[in-house]
Write a protein that binds this ligand. Sequence first.
Ligand SMILES: Nc1ncnc2c1ncn2[C@@H]1O[C@H](COP(=O)(O)OP(=O)(O)OP(=O)(O)O)[C@@H](O)[C@H]1O
Ligand code: SF4
Ligand SMILES: [Mg+2]
Length: 352
Amino acid sequence: MAEQALLRVDNLTKVFLSRTGLTSSRFVAVDRASFVLPMGQHEILTLAGESGSGKTTLARMILGMLEPSAGQLVFKERNVLTLKDRERRDWFRREVQPVFQDPFATFNPLRRVDSYLRETARNFRADANIERALADVGLSLREVQGRYPNELSGGQLQRISIARALITSPSLLVADEPVSMLDASLRMSIVNLFRELKERQSVIYITHDLATAYYASDRVAIMLRGWIVEFGPVRRVLGEPLHPYTQLLKSSVLEPVPRASKQTEHVSLAVADTAAYHAGGCRFAGRCPKVMDICRTTEPANVLVDDRLVKCHLFAPTVGEAVSAGGLMNNSVKGSTIDGMAEPEHGTGAPV
Ligand SMILES: Nc1ncnc2c1ncn2[C@@H]1O[C@H](COP(=O)(O)OP(=O)(O)OP(=O)(O)O)[C@@H](O)[C@H]1O
Ligand code: SF4
Ligand SMILES: [Mg+2]
């Protein structure tokens, strides 16, 4: 029997349809994403990858804010996609809470910040939890009571935003770029806060920033154009990346001063090349320094290499063992450090 999971993301797919005049087109923003967060073993799983790779779309499906086009989403062994409205509202929304990117946009400048906490507490009948939630983020009600957003720093506002998410005592937080709008000096304090919060719940942490991903998370999923192309323990995946795309991402992080060519490439990556999404073959073929003929015609399989999955023909079954994407099961920890990035702390777990 399959091991009990907190969250089972199984071939989750989102296709956006757009219509221009008489023609309509399909755009696959997330393509058969699969992974499992184990039950009773809290972890921080990072989704990382270039702009437009599908991180937010995947997060919104997990939060129940966007309906998947295909695939399954199972939380605490219940099929989220078939929940009744009442179960969704009273149970699932309590259990899985979002933390948004921009604390300045989250709060209306004309509204006192504590009113947001009270509103969430009222909606979920959890008034008694406000003080505890604020204490969990290092604040007290006395510090925030009656204050307007402009009277607080970005770091304080993001802590209040996280406290709001904690009021329902969720089992999972989904934080989409929660530090990207903060000053560099404040980022690490919020990243450290997520590490402390891991004591009580798991976190899906979305970021462009591989350094904080390496520091904060246990496992990482590298996304490229809707695919998860490498997945495994963060020290393995970012310490010794196997997928050529992860290698490219890492090399651009570790370069002290980005070269003009890299900057140009980053801009071009941000523009979705929809033709390449639907061409067949590997979606990285046009940019891959190791591209082979097969890469242009055949989609690579997910291959298990030691304790990680790699979606690349270089690791075809003669090298590793081809597995279905659904084989991404438990968290595991092995590996080395990465120059210029701090050593993360990890829980323990069974190998993938
Ligand atoms: N509602 C929508 N309709 C059509 N296309 C969409 C919609 N939402 C997202 N997309 C497209 O899906 C792709 C993935 O978008 P998504 O926001 O998930 O990427 P992301 O990895 O979060 O990017 P970023 O790092 O810039 O936040 C993008 O090409 C985006 O333009
Ligand atoms: S499948 Fe081919 S093109 Fe894609 S990353 Fe691997 S080697 Fe490069
Ligand atoms: Mg996003």
